[in-house]
Structure formats: structure tokens, C-alpha cells
Design a protein around this ligand. Sequence first.
Ligand SMILES: NC(=O)CC[C@H](N)C(=O)O
Length: 332
Amino acid sequence: MSKEKLPRITILAVGGTIAGKGADSTQITQYQAGVLTIEALIKAVPQVSDLAEVSGYQIANIASYATTDQLWLKLAMKVNELLSQSHCDGVVITHGTDTLEETAYFLHLTVKSHKPVVMVGAMRPATALSADGPLNLYNGVALAASDVARGHGVLISLNGRIGSARETSKLHTTAIDAFGSPEAGLLGYMVDGRPHFYYKSLRKHTAESEFVLFDLPQLPRVDILFGHSQDTRDLVDAAVAAGAEGIVHAGTGNGGIFPLTRQGLQDANEQGVMVVSTSRIGNGLVTTKPVDLESDFIASGNLTPQKSRILLQLGLTKTHRSTEIQRMFEIY
Ligand SMILES: NC(=O)CC[C@H](N)C(=O)O
């Protein structure tokens, strides 16, 4: 293919292990994330120039557990700006893996384009033996440059797999095969730099999403509380006192909540705090609020607590009516 016919892909670099550097090649956990620049990442994979006309832009260079709302907003603006231009056919984002799925789901709901957006990361730093970053970046560019990746919303691709931002989560602290979606499954695979798709999500995203970011300085505060036996209401009260507009409760089992905590959440709810009932289990769904509770709690469906937080934050930028928020949890 001649150079001028190649798709034009922009790589936005946010940091993470894919840009990480250890003291030596055997360091797999003791290293610094977010060190190498986007230029260095692209230079390490010269093969991408066979796939696309690639340009790079450094958004940040951080470990992803330090991601902020402001960074999400900046990233969403940048991706929207790039994809609205005819000279950009797709975007790849290099990101730390800890919160990669959260940034991915935020973009899944706020990017207004059918063009491919692919998030990649790595589990081993760039300096490690058998570093996985270069092949993940190569596959990410190949995926973003392909027509079949259009219309799926934001994709997560590591270790030769393609997943939806909605369903994919980090499931292992150190393994190369850290990302998956045990119940919903993958959308497809990357083999020899070619995507093979098998599935498509039924939930709304990107161009069909109702969330528009007009110069928002920050998102509403939503806290996540992790349920457990002998829980208290103390953290609920602390969240309300700190100004949380919403609380996501990661309940035991099918949204179970310890009685004291439940009372705290009900009081918070009566004061106008939106409460979303989710599960700490990681599989299955929460479909109903606790039966004996007179409240406006929202049922999260199969959305994880960390992704429920994002949907609630975005929902609260539009409405404080629980029926409207519940509607959002049924379509996104
Ligand atoms: N594998 C990784 O990218 C993890 C590195 C770091 N904890 C981060 O999320 O950025």
C-alpha cells in the first residue's frame, strides 16, 4: 500500500507500565510507571509505520491510579477534537492498566464518533525481559486502523484480545493476560496484526450517547463503598459530609447491604444523595433494590462498581431524578 493511502492514527500517551522503566530487565514489579515519552514508545515499534501514518501526543505521563476527572475531561476533549477532523481515522491511547477500564468506559460514553478508539497498556515495563508493550501497541494501531473496529465504541486490547470498554476489566495484578470479561466475553482477537471480531455490545455508547461535555470543570463527586459483614454507616456519613452527590455501594452478593449501612444509605438518599446498588462479586448482576427498603436506590445491572461510578457521575451532570438515572443504567 502506498504511504498516502495508509490510515492516519494518533497515539495519545497517558503513562503507565507501557511507558515504565525498571533498574534492570528482571524488574517486573519494582519500576517506575510513566517515564518514557510517546516518541520513545513509537520508536520502539517501527513496524507501526507499515500499518498507518502515525503521530503521537503526550497527554500526561503518570501511573494510572493517579488519574483525575480533569485528565478524563482533557482526554475526552482531545479525542473528540481529533476524531472530528477528516485527517484522523482513529485514536490509540497508551495508559496504565490499573484504571485503564475506567478511562475507557468514560470515553465510551463521551466520545462522539464511530471511528475506532483503542486503549492499550502493558503489564511489564518497557525495560523488562519479554515486555508486552510493543506488541500491544502494534496491535492497538492495527486495530484502530481497521474499518471493522468502527462502531464498537472504545476498545481495550492487550495480549491479542479485543474487549469492549463496558465489559472488560483488569482481573489479575501481575499476569500478562490480565484483562478479560469472564461472563460477557471478548469481542474478538488480534492475530498477526489483524482483527477478528465475533461479537458486538447491545448497549449504547459513543455517537449514540446522550452525554456531552461542554467545558465542565469537574465531574460530580461519587464515592464507592465496599460492603462487608459487620459494616457500619460511618463511611456513608463521611461521604455525605464530604459532599458526595452519589454513592455506589458494592454490596455482598446480589446487592446485599449490612443493616446499619443500609440505614445510612437510606438517610443519605432521603437527603438527595443518589445511591447505586452494585455487587462486589464481579460476575452476575444486581437488578433490584433491597426488598424491604422504601428508597430510590438504583440497580446497576451487571456494571461493576467502578464503572457504575462513572455512569452515575455523567448521569448527575444531567439530572438528579432517580427514574432518569435508572433509565441510563438500563441502556448504557
Ligand atoms: N501495568 C500497569 O500499567 C500498572 C502500572 C501502574 N500501576 C498504572 O496503572 O499506571
